[in-house]
Design a protein. Structure first.
Length: 405
């Protein structure tokens, strides 16, 4: 892919060295032009549906535990509004400026991933909640989840790295060894949080960007084969993993395993999905959200979607997610800059993988890994980071000179 044009020599003299390296003029800090309308429309549609379904799924649980039916919805709405402001602001800023903040952001992310191991709180009512080291407590009862920031940081890290060493990505050193080192650092820290789902997600994001960046496909295929072997061994011998992860694999393999414990949430999720039928029981009419599906505002919200909206409603939402991911890849393909293209590939891949994993967990196709559904699951940090990343995609879309749609 050709690089964006650089400024003229006369322009370069008046631009700081850090900006000259990025090929930026003074006027390039803020971008003019139109964003990709289909991508923006799909984002707004998913956000609106997600907020409606969050309220519908969460109000019994919120009332029981907090005395306020609007507890989760009102907080999520605030973060959604803030996220939209961040999204539109980011869409006007040149995405190339992210190269400037890359190193400080990497340091902040890694430090926060270490801090959370020693200074953390739990926002879970489950018996396992005290074992999870995922949230740093802030003021006013708010929390910060470093892993949500880490998802974007690893995307930015790979975009910077691959765009710099693109010509050497087919070598073992630059195409396999160094990228795997980056992945190992992020995944290792997140695994220590007892956050298996995010560990897997981070690995897949990194692997996707390695593949897109041109890593030798033979070496890549060998690594994929090794990964499949590891997964097979873990499934056959779940006790090799930590207690909570091994127990969830056992509960996935044995459908009669501990129905009042490890299988409780999954079983009730399946009851909800089955109860929805083709057309659903109607918005707000779910029965499983009344303390049967544990924390229905989070990882298992899609089961309530299936119960209330039925097969056709759930299928429509899946189609919207699929269209968002496909549209993102189209923008990436039209981008004339490797860095911008890789940013989009990483962001939409993250969304697509999360959606696929969440639905597979809710339908018992995968073990219960506790992975959130973008735009739907409750979480302030996740919502802000998601909409910020959407803003990055929209920023790149202004630079792609797309045909009118």
């Amino acid at each position: 892919m050709p690089q964006d044009s650089l400024p003229s020599d006369s322009e370069s003299k008046s631009i700081p060295a850090s900006k000259r390296k990025l090929g930026l003029n003074k006027s390039d800090i803020f971008i003019v032009g139109s964003v990709d309308i289909p991508f923006l429309a799909l984002t707004i549609a998913l956000l609106a549906i997600g907020l409606v379904m969050l309220f519908s799924a969460s109000y019994p649980y919120a009332y029981y535990y907090t005395g306020n039916s609007y507890y989760y919805f009102s907080r999520q709405l605030i973060f959604a509004v803030l996220g939209l402001i961040v999204m539109f602001a980011m869409s006007k800023i040149n995405y190339k400026l992210l190269r400037i903040v890359f190193k400080p952001l990497l340091v902040i992310t890694l430090v926060s991933l270490v801090v959370v191991l020693f200074y953390h709180t739990t926002v879970s009512n489950s018996s396992e909640g005290s074992d999870f080291k995922r949230w740093i407590p802030l003021f006013g009862g708010l929390t910060f989840q470093p892993s949500d920031l880490a998802k974007f940081t690893i995307i930015l890290t790979f975009a910077v790295y691959i765009s710099k060493y693109y010509g050497q990505m087919r070598t073992f050193k630059y195409g396999i060894l160094f990228p795997l080192g980056i992945i190992a650092i992020f995944c290792g820290l997140i695994y220590l949080e007892h956050h298996m789902s995010c560990t897997i997600l981070m690995f897949l994001i990194g692997a996707t960007l390695m593949f897109a960046g041109g890593s030798n496909w033979k070496l890549f295929a060998f690594g994929a084969g090794v990964l499949v072997l590891v997964v097979f061994i873990v499934i056959m011998f779940p006790d090799l993993l930590e207690n909570y992860a091994g127990t969830r694999i056992k509960a996935w393999l044995d459908k009669d395993y501990d129905p009042q414990g490890a299988r409780w949430q999954t079983n009730n999720s399946l009851y909800a999905i089955g109860s929805g039928g083709l057309f659903g029981v109607g918005l707000g009419n779910s029965k499983q959200k009344y303390l049967y599906v544990s924390e229905p505002q989070n990882d298992f919200i899609f089961s309530i979607v299936c119960e209330e909206l039925g097969f056709f409603g759930a299928a429509l939402i899946i189609v919207l997610f699929g269209a968002l991911v496909i549209r993102g890849f189209i923008i990436a393909a039209r981008c004339t800059d490797k860095f911008g293209s890789l940013l989009i590939i990483g962001i939409v891949s993250q969304i697509g993988i999360q959606v696929a994993f969440n639905i597979m967990v809710v339908t018992d196709t995968l073990p219960n890994t506790g992975i959130a559904l973008p735009f739907f699951s409750y979480g302030g940090t996740a919502m802000l980071m998601l909409l910020f990343q959407i803003g990055v995609v929209l920023s790149v879309s202004r630079k792609t000179n797309q045909r009118k749609v």
